[in-house]
Every structure is written in C-alpha cells, then in structure tokens.
Design a protein around this ligand. Structure first.
Ligand code: ZN
Length: 423
C-alpha cells in the first residue's frame, strides 16, 4: 500500500499530479521504506549491524530533503503570485482562446511545466544523485530523466483534465463550488487509485506473471484464503530503476493486483516474502483502501472549505497578484499554497493514521503466517538492504513516518512471539 493512499496524502496526490510528480521519490518513510528489524529468538536480540552510520546518513538526508522540498514548493508558489508571473501566464493562455476550458488547460500546462522545471534540481539530486551514491539507482542519468519526463507528461494530462473539471465546477456553482470541487477531487483520487496498477504503473515498468512454483502457489493460496480476488501474482522489474525492495496489493474495482518487486525476490527468503505479503494482504482485507479514501475525503472537504474561506480575502488584500475571483486560473498558485500549508500542518495526523494501519497489517500478517521470526527478519532487511533507520528521532517518527519505526515493528514481533509461545 502506497503512501499516496493515506489520509491527507490524497491532497498531496492531487497536488503532485498537478505538479507532474507522481513519483514518491521525495517522500521519506514511504511504503518503500517500511523500517523494522530483529530476530525473535528466545532472548529478543536486534540482529542488525552494530555500525548504523550508513543507515543514519541515508535516512537523515531523506528527512532533510523532505523539509527542503516542502518549503521550496511553497516558495515557488509564493513567487508565482508576487512576481505577477501567474497572472501573465493566464494572459498568455487567454490570448490563444476565449474558451474558458482551453484557457484553464493551457494555463495548467504552463504551470506544471514551470513548477516541474524549477523543482528539477532537487528531484534529480534526491531521486537520482543521492540514490546513486548509496548504490540504489541503477539507471543512467538520461534513463532517469526519461522516466521523469514521462511522469511529467502523465502529470500534465491528469492535472490538466482535473483542473478543467474543477474550474468548470467553480464557474457553474460560484457559491457552493467548494462542495462540488471536493466531490470532483474525491472522484479523481478514486479514479487514480483504480487506474494506477493497470494503466499508470506499466508506463514505467514491465509486469509479468511470476513464474509458476511453490512460492506463487502459496501466495495465491494465501490470497484466496483471505478472499482476495487474484488469479495472478505479478513480478515487476523494479530493479530497472533501483535496488530498493517492496511488494504491494494495489487497485480495486476490478484492477486488484498482487505485485512483488524483482528485487525482493532476490534479497528475501520465501518465508520473509510470505510475511511481507501477509502484511500487504492485511491492508486489503482490513479495508484500509476504503478507510483511507474516507479519510482523504474528509481532508479534501476541509481543504476546500479553507480555500473558500481564505482565497477571497487574500486575493482582495493583494491586488498586485492580478486576480480576484477563485474562478480565475491565475489564482491556482494561491489555492495550492493554501493546500500546501494545510497539508504540511496535517502531516503528523496523516502519518499517525498511516502508522496505525501499518501496525494492523503487521498484526494481520502474524495471524495469517504465525511466523514472527520471518516477519522480523524481513524487517531486518529493510535496515540492511534499504538502509532504513532503526531508531529515527521520535519527532521524525511522529511527523513523517508512515510506518512504525523499525525497532517498534520488531519489538511487536517479539511480543507477539512471547504471547503465542507454547500454543
Ligand atoms: Zn503496509
């Protein structure tokens, strides 16, 4: 289950689709890095290398990059307003056509291109240079940029269509637009989650059925025992981009897919893979997708209400920004700036809900596999292979961690083992 499915992550998803950055490369502690490690021997011992300096350096750099990215994004939006550039982009778009929907689409196109280009150095540093330094990135710089450009194109198409719909709703319902726009945003999130595994992910990677064998058979048996409608287990060539490991059950409304990274097939034993997939299936069976959508919907509604409340007074106070009405696409940076601040303040709540879901999925995995040693040793590999930190600073775990820290997850495995020993 990916970070984008969590609470306010929905807003982030909408905003990042607009910015043409569907990749979560900049988000620390995303699903790609579910930390946790140990082994559940009779005496609980955290069997991780004593020297954790690489893990610390890698993780701490990601936290710092997260904050730099957040504030850089806000600064770019603010500068688009104060320099009058946003109003000028809208004038250029209005010079091409008098049709509102075309003006909105052209404005959004220019906006996404501009914000993506000024964020490129940070994206490239965090998503490629740093990943290469730690041995994760497998692509050439050009290959990485090709994926970046593809993500930008997807962002322009999705963001452009979404913006045209939302601005049409705003023009049609000048008073109650925030409710209509929220409905459109929620539908957009649901639509994106449904099409992601089947139509978007294959743009970046090849998916092929896992080769037949005991591993595949047991995974399908596990899925069917949990009533997950899966006929196939997919292997994705994630090693094309990176050495990071992951697995997920994504999609719904007929697009459900069980996916294993080819990297995890190389690094993890079958027992560890069953434990990880037990966790992923837990998300599915425990309806975390629908619960996540419910939370995202609440978050979107409140964000839209904030825009309704703050947009007009702020625009009236700054005539130099060159727009007054929320229906004017030149105000898009102000809308996104309000949402960015809101999203940032909401991050600890978002992470907290996510950690609760992740903990439930860990517990589910143990109930299904009854193999705490394998789950703990899978967590251990997130420390040794993915360089996830064992003990993040508590405020970082509180603010950013979508998963409980590695130590907390391992301790849970050990506790579960103690409580079920002899049974
Ligand atoms: Zn998870």
């Amino acid at each position: 289950m990916r970070k984008a499915m969590s609470f306010a992550g929905g807003l982030l998803l909408v905003a990042s689709a607009l910015r043409g950055a569907p990749g979560a490369a900049n988000q620390p502690a995303a699903e790609t890095a579910p930390p946790a490690v140990s082994t559940a021997s009779a005496t609980p011992v955290l069997e991780v290398p004593a020297d954790q300096s690489r893990q610390k350096a890698y993780s701490h750099g990601r936290y710092a990059l997260y904050f730099v990215n957040v504030f850089w994004g806000m600064l770019v939006l603010y500068l688009l307003l104060t320099t009058g550039l946003s109003a000028r982009l809208r004038e250029l778009a209005a010079g091409v056509s008098h049709r509102n929907s075309i003006v909105v689409f052209l404005y959004t196109l220019a906006f996404v291109l501009f914000t993506s280009v000024v964020s490129f150095p940070l994206d490239f540093y965090g998503g490629y240079i740093r990943e290469k330094r730690y041995g994760f990135a497998h692509q050439t710089p050009l290959g990485w940029m090709g994926d970046w450009a593809k993500a930008l194109a997807v962002g322009i198409v999705f963001g452009g269509i979404f913006a045209v719909v939302v601005y049409a709703v705003i023009r049609k319902f000048p008073r109650g637009y925030w409710l209509g726009a929220s409905a459109a945003a929620i539908l957009f999130v649901v639509f994106t989650m449904a099409v992601f595994p089947v139509f978007i992910a294959p743009l970046f990677n090849k998916f092929k059925p896992l080769q037949p064998g005991p591993l595949k058979q047991r995974l399908l048996e596990m899925a069917h025992a949990q009533r997950i409608p899966a006929r196939e287990v997919f292997e994705v060539d994630a090693s094309r981009q990176s050495g990071h490991t992951n697995a997920y059950v994504a999609g719904f409304l007929g697009t459900q897919r069980i996916v294993l990274y080819d990297t995890i097939l190389k690094t993890d034993t079958p027992g560890e893979i069953f434990a990880v997939m037990g966790h992923e299936m837990g998300h599915y069976v425990l309806n975390h997708l629908w619960k996540g959508i419910a939370l995202i919907s609440l978050s979107i509604l409140f964000g839209a209400w904030l825009i309704k409340t703050l947009f007009a007074p702020l625009a009236a106070r700054h005539p130099e920004w060159g727009f007054r009405e929320v229906s004017d696409p030149a105000g898009l940076p102000l809308i996104l700036l309000i949402l960015s601040v809101y999203q940032f303040v909401l991050t600890p709540a978002d992470s907290g809900f996510s950690r609760a879901f992740e903990h439930q999925a860990d517990a589910f995995s143990l109930e299904v596999t009854r193999d705490p040693d394998s789950l703990a040793s899978a967590f251990r590999k997130f420390n040794t292979v993915d360089l996830s930190e064992l003990d993040p600073p508590p405020w970082i775990e509180f603010w950013l961690y979508s998963h409980p820290s590695l130590r907390h997850r391992v301790e849970f495995c050990e506790q579960w083992k103690r409580e079920h020993s002899g049974s």
